[in-house]
Design a protein around this ligand. Sequence first.
Ligand SMILES: Nc1ncnc2c1ncn2[C@@H]1O[C@H](COP(=O)(O)OP(=O)(O)OP(=O)(O)O)[C@@H](O)[C@H]1O
Ligand SMILES: [Mg+2]
Length: 246
Amino acid sequence: MENEIIIETKDLSKDYHDGGNIIHALRGANIAVAKGEMVAIMGPSGSGKSTLLYVLGLLHPPTSGVYLFKGDNILNYSREEQAVFRNRELGFVFQSCDLLPNSTVFENLELPLVYAESDRGQRRRKILEALDRVGLSHRVDHWSNRLSGGERQRAAIARALVNNPSLILGDEPTGQLDQQNTEIVVKQLQDLAKQGFTVILVTHEEEIGEACDRVIRIRDGVVVSNGHEESADVVFESYEGQAASL
Ligand SMILES: Nc1ncnc2c1ncn2[C@@H]1O[C@H](COP(=O)(O)OP(=O)(O)OP(=O)(O)O)[C@@H](O)[C@H]1O
Ligand SMILES: [Mg+2]
């Protein structure tokens, strides 16, 4: 099905307790994302973007609300079930690339596979396949700290892909890259979305937002726009086309 909804949240809230203060980081966030979409989450600093991403990634439990993944209420899963789910279905890419420096690219990509894939030959095949998707298979046995900044971030994307997840979550994945490497990484994420991976990115850069299918805008923990209205003219055009052919 083309417009299969992969994630849907209803009134998702997240409070942090900071000393005696309660911070309402998310105050009823409603989003829906379809399979193969590449969506940006944008908004002012402190508006709750990372919090939303971490809740979607099951890294932070929400205070209340519903989170459906392919129709399943995954907040009801046990901690163990959530860990298995995270390993199987989700891939993370963060701003500061967190590859282990004194290890090869291969060793870095092997970590998420240790639980999921017991066969060594299969592990190597999956690692080379993930590296190939980001054009880095020739770097498989390089030390990760000898990669360029752009290569390192692409290796981090490959690591996020290695278990063939449904959803890739990125928190400012190009935040520390120059313009040229930013373009390469964004292009690769776009290619992945075309191949059917779903991509959700937090970004501050409007240009990256424009490279996505749509932008979810968040302010003070509330989704103020889900970006669908920006494509309203496209709908109108196709409607006109239909009318003309009548
Ligand atoms: N672990 C935490 N404990 C307490 N408060 C937190 C915690 N993490 C985030 N907050 C607060 O929650 C609010 C939302 O933070 P969040 O990190 O989601 O914002 P953001 O939109 O990602 O901002 P930025 O663009 O600066 O990264 C902020 O007021 C922040 O100070
Ligand atoms: Mg943030």
